[in-house]
Design a protein around this ligand. Sequence first.
Ligand code: MN
Length: 380
Amino acid sequence: MSDIPVTPPVLAWGVATHPGRVRTENEDAFVAQAMVFAVADGMGGHQAGEVASAIAASTISDRLANGAASVDVAVAAVVEANAAIFQGAHTNPEQRGMGTTLTMVAALTSESGAGRLVVANVGDSRTYLYRGGRLRRVTIDHSYVQELVSTGHITEAEARSHPRRNIVTRALGIEPMVRVDTWVHPLVKGDRYLLCSDGLVDEADDGEIAQLLAANPQPQAAADALVALANDHGGRDNTTVVVVDVLEGETALPDTADLSLAADWDSEEPDRLIDAEVGSPAASVPDAADTGGATTVMPTVTAAGRRRSPLGTLLFVFGLAAIVTVTVVLVLAVRHNANNGPGPTTTTSSTSTTSTSTTSTTSPTESTVSSSTAAPTSGP
Ligand code: MN
């Protein structure tokens, strides 16, 4: 590549990964190089998850070793990883159904992009930004529980213990094409990025994570402390953490104003690959134990030992009851009107009640991927 950056960003980083206290295999993988960082959480039986996350990591590492000349270049690397895993899954029966999440931070290197970072995400591994003592998540999970949170059905706290929090709605290797969410961030001196697999998120809340990031100025010490925290809290899953410190760059705003993350997400783009599954009501989502055959809604871990949140169930039941009540009232009202005169809206009103609720379940993913670039070029 001819346009290698004149001044690469000055970053320091630390990495830690651990199989946890329950599993013997570690299906997570990571990339930690001067210009690109990533965490991948593989899924699929018989070590296939390990293969998938390793392909993702090696592809990203190869393609973006010198950073990304543009957001499209970063996305192309993810699309290439997707195609490689997809092909592997379809050539080797042992690896059928394998997939992986990927969250990534890469330096942009073109003249116009220099001094910025591109963050990319597919699945439910996460990138956080720790700035001025505040921890912000800067990726959106592609998961079933994220949709429940986005539609107000459950709270963030309930999502952390939801029995189906292991179901992701997007992953690399599942479809021939993949949609990648991206965000562009300025390089701000003092910023600290945290990339992690769900093994950390499942065991530690944002407050605990922020505390350890504050207490450990060195990125390697912070990464080690976070993995130790996950294991102290049970270590039910593999945990991988990459901590990246921005040593040079813009000066942060003195008031560390909110990042306007929403600005990147304001247009809608239909999700061609998985709309039906994603929009389906909860009843049609496969149980976590049902791992076979699901292509677009995939369990990443078994649900053994995880309990259903009673409050979440209660809210769901209340919501359902409200919809039923409104529908019945509308039908009765319309029938009443029909007795007194023409009433053309009977079916319309009851149908629209239903479709409104369906739409609201579907919309968050679509509205949160505006900056996402629909995988444009590759794929069979
Ligand atoms: Mn995991």
